[in-house]
Design a protein around this ligand. Structure first.
Ligand code: ATP
Ligand code: MG
Length: 259
């Protein structure tokens, strides 16, 4: 048997290891936003936003009113005006794509205004969005996660409480098969008991491997759920706080958030 020169073996092994590491890193990243600029008409709102979310992570975008958190979610989805930079969703560049094509990369959006159709029943609202992935949750799975929605399945959209509408808005994107969830202020205006239920749901989703980007005003809700927090100010990321740094950086966060 011909002995392969040692140096070559080493080089091959090194290259293999590098390739493996690269592949692992690539597949592990669910969303990579780099130097994102976005406009509404002539107004330049985002000024070079960058962050990376690994598959299965939950991150928050925090900040004062008008900091650019909703705009960041909308820019990812192609719902602002002009934008530039890079947005990689499940490894695919989305910066040049139209909104309906971006959704098909596996991303689901729960907008602040929830978007429940008042003239449709709860279940009709649930079935409304097109599938964007193969592994959407079944209606049974969704109803076991949100028992209230099962009870209210025939109720008209307008008859649902704020909490039920919020759960429906989330349930709807779970059915589509999206594995990256963009959630904008889901706890806003809801009673503490509903906020608690949403906390339980978020934990379940995280355990199932969903990647979650949460815009939150309710820091007490977000803090125990998130792996990492990005603080936005004037359309930029002003600070990054890892979960383990929370205690040490609380004072700084309070200053940024004005709480
Ligand atoms: N459709 C729009 N047209 C023009 N400017 C907008 C539009 N939507 C938001 N803006 C402006 O963009 C900036 C960022 O707004 P954004 O909605 O992203 O803030 P936010 O961080 O989500 O805060 P909040 O939800 O508390 O308002 C603000 O100055 C806002 O006035
Ligand atoms: Mg907002």
């Amino acid at each position: 048997m011909n002995a392969v020169p040692k140096t070559q073996t080493q080089t091959q092994t090194q290259t293999q290891t590098q390739t493996q590491t690269q592949t692992q890193t690539q597949t592990a990243t669910a969303l990579h936003v780099a130097n994102l600029h976005a406009y509404y008409g002539e107004s330049h709102i985002l000024h070079g936003v960058s962050f990376e979310v690994k598959r299965g992570e939950l991150i928050t975008l925090l900040g004062r009113n008008g900091a650019g958190r909703t705009t960041t979610l909308k820019a990812i989805l192609g719902l602002t005006g002009k934008r530039s930079g890079s947005i990689k969703i499940n490894g695919n560049e989305a910066i040049g794509l139209a909104s309906h094509k971006i959704a098909r990369l596996g991303i689901g959006y729960c907008p602040e205004e929830r978007g429940i159709f008042s003239s449709l029943s709860c279940e009709e609202n649930l079935m409304l969005l097109p599938m964007v992935g193969k592994n959407g949750m079944s209606v049974d799975e969704i109803y076991s996660m949100f028992p209230n929605l099962k009870e209210r399945r025939s109720s008209q959209g307008t008859r649902l409480s704020g909490g039920e509408q919020q759960m429906l808005a989330m349930a709807r994107i779970l059915r589509t098969g999206a594995d990256i969830l963009l959630l904008d202020e889901i706890t806003e205006g809801l009673a503490p008991v509903i906020v608690q239920t949403l906390g339980r749901v978020i934990r379940e989703l995280k355990a199932k491997g969903f990647t979650i980007i949460m815009v939150e005003q309710n820091f007490r809700f977000a803090a125990p759920l998130a792996d990492r927090h990005y603080v936005m100010e004037h359309g930029k990321i002003a600070a990054v706080v890892e979960k383990h740094e929370l205690a040490a950086k609380t004072a700084m966060l309070h200053e940024f958030l004005g709480v």
